[in-house]
Write a protein that binds this ligand. Sequence first.
Ligand SMILES: Cc1ncc(COP(=O)(O)O)c(C=O)c1O
Length: 384
Amino acid sequence: MSRMATEIPFHRPSLSELEKQYLLAALEERYWGGGVWVERVESALKVLYDREVVVVSSGTAALHVALSLLLAGRGGEVIVPTWTFTATASEVIHAGGTPVLVDVGPSLHLTPEVVEAALTSRTKGVIVVHYAGEAAPICAIRELCDRHGLWLIEDTCHALPAYYEGKLCGTFGEIATLSFHATKPVAAGQGGALLIRDRQEAERARRLRRHGWVRSTQVPWEYEVVELGWNYSLSDFQAAVALAQIERLQETWSARKRLAQIYSRALQPVQDIELYSVRQFEEAGWHLFPIFWKGASLADKNRLLERMQRRGYPLNVHYKPLHLHAAYRPYLSPSRTFPVAERAYQEEISLPLWPDLPESQAWAVVEVLREELRRFDGRKSVYR
Ligand SMILES: Cc1ncc(COP(=O)(O)O)c(C=O)c1O
């Protein structure tokens, strides 16, 4: 099989004149460090979420700051789903805590039952991931956290925006984190933000993102480092692009939903493919479009992905569960099992879903996928 000349990328940020206009303006203003454009992003997100907003350099940095605030140097266990990106758990460790990796429910989210079963006297909090832009059962988990005196972080990196029964994801936790990575619904290359309930915590987050210093109000060149922080600032270039993307959010979200409709309709009749089921199509963020090749082995799936890639349709996998990665081995308890996540790892495939993806290409992805599935001989685990 020869490689096709043209390839449909797995992701491609949406670019309009607005991103160009804002980026050029930020360049010409010649400040370049995080200044007025960062403040504009914070104001725009404050209008959307009605939370204190602290913009930082990535979703990972947002998680690090959030966990540092909530663990407050005292350590403790934090319940994290194994079905997520590494940053959700690595930042617990970087903030001095211990991640307790747990399995997920059928929707690939934490469930109250799974959380309840993992509670110990050392549990301090829970991180929920709104996987693929579909809300986790957040009200029930919020209620459980309140009952046990635990804090809740929402990793909202896939869900900008997404709703749970009409309420925005990112507004249920003490803190929620966003990512503006190039692949995300608001893409700025890199970037992230914390949405924080408590004003004083937000002030600390602002200080921690910039070396923990406080500037003198009287003497412009003086500052005092009052605690140790990091340089997690976002530049004005990235903030300018992020602002344009936030202002275009309804447009890009609608485009994602249109494509998700196409995929859903086209894949419904395909034997052996199961769609990711969401509670309400209109409330989901559609950052990813996961499908499940029922009964596939990991080897079968890898062969399918390889064939799709060679035909010019690189697909992806979200996720290889964290408990299967070497770095998390020391954090596993021998008695904990992950049957749902392990089955999903064998079967899950993510299709390209980005706002400017032409509809004809979405149909083409499905057509080529169907062809490859037809060629697969399930009894022998080979392609004809
Ligand atoms: C669920 C989740 N959390 C956190 C992150 C980290 O975000 P960033 O890449 O901006 O550091 C990602 C990024 O892929 C993610 O998917």
